[in-house]
Ligand binder design. Structure first.
Ligand SMILES: [Ca+2]
Ligand SMILES: [Ca+2]
Ligand SMILES: [Ca+2]
Length: 360
């Protein structure tokens, strides 16, 4: 009995703390964000980070990274030529476009006996696309982040149990400065990549995200429902954390929806926006308009290079209290702008107003 008496105040105290703070409110001693010096990735690191299921060899017939860039830059396209190229692209990739929409930039397509393969690119890198019995599936190729694939690829790139693609190893060059998009340079050129198809197709938990993708975004490749909320990893809007309905989780959901509701991303399975946050309300948000990946702040160093490449375009800060009990301020940053959001809670509803303070 005595034991319980001791426990009760402890539990009450910790619950109360949890309800009030949950790591979500700004305190006086604000941590300044840490900016790390830019470090050039070294060739040994780059070669070493090439995964085991990808073999590479040099082939003199493959275009170098610089040759390809020169070609892209030298092609001045007037309005008419640009339109012609876009029409060609739409026609060539019409089946992929119909099935995957604008979720990928398409590089190549291969059709045989009713089976369609494609190579697509998105914020995470390169994917093998497949339309089989009218069902579209995308498989993350798991290439290292230093891999660049050339515009022109072999006509037949899926053959037997291999995927054959060509390109280079590249790195972000030193003369890159934010907010420009990263400029890149080749570290190893004229490469043919031979990728193990079986490894790419592997989906251990059968939830339609392949193992390579789940490992990248830290989902559980052996469970079709990582956060155990009853919604499969593939369709869950917030697959890393079980959502909850609460005043401040709703606030964060609404902030995210405000940015994305105009884009109709809700049916996009392979597109996410990512955040780093230790705030419990933030982690448990339940947005409608887009899928979110939320990582604890300590993951930032692990995912940092992807962060640099735009995997995590948005920042939403902690909640700042004001003299008015139901009025709060939240800093935000996205793309080229920064500012704060004024959030007022009235009759069970949030009203948000965004104020831009800095435009880069
Ligand atoms: Ca899976
Ligand atoms: Ca899973
Ligand atoms: Ca889930």
């Amino acid at each position: 009995m005595k034991f319980i008496y001791i426990l009760i105040p402890l539990v009450l105290f910790s619950c109360k703390q949890y309800e009030i703070d949950r790591n979500c409110f700004e305190s006086g001693n604000k941590k300044e964000p840490q900016y790390k010096e830019f470090e050039l990735d070294q060739p040994e690191t780059i070669i070493k980070s090439n995964p085991k299921h990808v073999k590479f060899s040099v082939d003199a017939n493959v275009k170098s990274f610089e040759e390809e860039q020169d070609e892209i830059n030298s092609n001045f396209l007037d309005e008419k030529e640009r339109k012609k190229r876009m029409d060609e692209y739409d026609l060539k990739f019409s089946e992929l476009n119909k099935n995957f929409g604008g979720q990928f930039y398409y590089k190549n397509i291969q059709k045989e006996n009713g089976l369609i393969y494609g190579i697509g690119k998105n914020q995470f890198g390169y994917w093998l696309l497949e339309i089989k019995n009218n069902i579209p599936n995308a498989y993350y190729l798991g290439l290292s982040k230093f891999t660049h694939l050339n515009e022109k690829q072999p006509e037949i790139f899926v053959s037997g149990n291999k995927i054959i693609l060509s390109g280079s190893f590249v790195r972000i060059s030193e003369n890159w400065g934010y907010p420009e998009s990263p400029s890149k340079e080749a570290v190893k050129d004229r490469l043919v990549f031979e990728i193990d198809l079986k490894e790419v197709l592997k989906d251990s938990d059968k939830d339609r995200f392949n193992d390579l993708f789940e490992k990248l975004i830290l989902l559980n490749p052996d469970s079709s429902d990582t956060d155990k909320d009853g919604i499969s990893d593939f369709t869950d809007k917030n697959p890393l954390y079980k959502s909850e309905k609460s005043k401040f989780s709703d606030l964060y959901s609404q902030i995210v929806d405000m940015d994305y509701e105009q884009f109709h991303f809700s049916e996009s399975h392979y597109f996410f926006t990512g955040y780093f946050s230790d705030c419990d309300y933030f982690q448990k948000m339940n947005p409608e308009s887009i899928k979110v990946l939320i990582y604890p702040e300590k993951e930032q160093s692990h995912l940092e290079s992807d962060y640099r490449l735009g995997m995590f375009p948005d920042y939403v800060g902690k909640i700042k209290k004001t003299d008015d009990k139901e009025r709060f301020l939240i800093n935000y940053g996205s793309g080229l702008e920064r500012g704060f959001i004024e959030a007022v809670f009235k009759s069970g509803k949030w009203t948000l107003k965004k104020t831009q303070t800095i435009v880069i």
